[in-house]
Design a binder for this molecule. Structure first.
Ligand code: PGA
Length: 249
C-alpha cells in the first residue's frame, strides 16, 4: 500500500507568532488517520514547529536546503542543520525555486543526494509550464525533470522519495488540472519509473498532486487511482481548509 500524504507548503508566509498559532491549532484539531500530514513552515519557524509537534504524527519539512554539508555559502542551510532541529523532510525542486532562484535539474540532483545522505525524506516537485502543455510536451518535460534529478539514484534510495506533480500553470492561480489530467500524468510518471526501475518501485512511490488544491476539489482529485495526496499551498495557511483537505480521502 502506498502512503497517502497531504503536505502544506507555507512558502514565505507566517511570522514566528502566527506560525505558532497555526501549528497549535493544527495539533489541537488533528485527528489520527491513515494520511501522513506534513507541514513546511519557513526556516525561522522550523525549530518551534518541531518542538510543538513533538510526539504527534504531524511531520515538519523544510522548503529548501543547500547541497553542501557546511562552508562559505552565506544565507544557506544544510541538510545536517535541518536534522539538528528535528526536520526529517525537505521539499526540493518547487517551481518557484526553479523560476526565481534558477534551480536546475543538475543542482537539484546534488540537493537530493545531500538530503538522502542525511536520511532526510525528499518531496521532489516538478511540472510543466502552460506553454509546454499547449504544444503537447508535458510528458516529455516531466520525464526529463525526473530523469535528470533522480534517475542516478539506486532503487534502494527511493524509499525516501515522494514525488509531487505540480503543473506550473495551476500553482496559486486558482486553476487546477482536471482530475483526469492529474491521473493521466501520474500514470505516465509511474510508467516512467517502471521502465527505469521496476513495477515494485513504481507501485510503491507516493505521487502527490499540487496546484490550487482546495477542499472543494480535493476529494475528486484524490479519488484518482494514481494520485496519493496533495502538496497544498494557499489552502495550507488556513487550519479548517487544510484539515478538510486531509480528510478528503
Ligand atoms: P497552491 O500552491 O496550492 O497555492 O496552488 C501549491 C504549491 O505551490 O505547492
Amino acid at each position: 500500500m502506498r502512503k497517502q500524504i497531504v503536505a502544506g507548503n507555507w512558502k514565505m508566509n507566517k511570522d514566528y507568532v502566527d506560525s505558532e498559532i497555526l501549528v497549535s491549532k493544527l495539533l489541537e484539531t488533528h485527528q489520527h488517520s491513515a494520511v501522513d500530514v506534513i507541514i513546511a513552515p519557513p526556516f525561522t519557524n522550523l525549530l518551534a514547529a518541531c518542538h510543538t509537534l513533538k510526539g504527534s504524527s504531524i511531520a515538519v519539512a523544510a522548503q529548501n536546503m543547500h547541497f553542501a554539508e557546511s562552508g562559505a555559502y552565506t544565507g544557506e542551510i544544510s541538510a545536517s542543520m535541518l536534522k539538528s532541529v528535528g526536520v526529517n523532510t525537505v521539499i526540493l525542486g518547487h517551481s518557484e525555486r526553479r523560476a526565481y532562484f534558477n534551480e536546475t535539474d543538475e543542482l537539484l540532483a546534488k540537493k537530493v543526494d545531500a538530503a538522502l545522505a542525511n536520511d532526510i525524506r525528499v518531496i521532489f516537485c516538478f511540472g510543466e509550464e502552460l506553454r509546454d502543455r499547449k504544444v503537447g510536451k508535458e510528458n516529455e518535460v516531466v520525464a526529463s525533470q525526473i530523469k535528470n534529478a533522480l534517475f542516478h539514484l539506486p532503487e534502494s534510495s527511493w524509499n525516501q522519495i515522494v514525488l509531487a506533480y505540480e503543473p506550473v500553470w495551476a500553482i496559486g492561480t486558482g486553476e487546477t488540472a482536471t482530475p483526469e489530467q492529474a491521473q493521466d500524468m501520474h500514470a505516465f510518471i509511474r510508467k516512467t519509473l517502471e521502465d527505469q526501475y521496476s513495477t515494485t518501485l513504481a507501485d510503491s512511490i507516493s505521487i502527490l498532486y499540487g496546484g490550487s488544491v482546495k477542499p472543494a476539489n480535493a476529494k475528486e482529485i484524490f479519488s484518482k487511482p494514481d494520485v496519493d495526496g496533495g502538496l497544498i499551498g494557499g489552502a495550507a495557511l488556513d487550519v479548517d481548509m487544510f484539515n478538510a483537505i486531509v480528510h478528503s480521502f
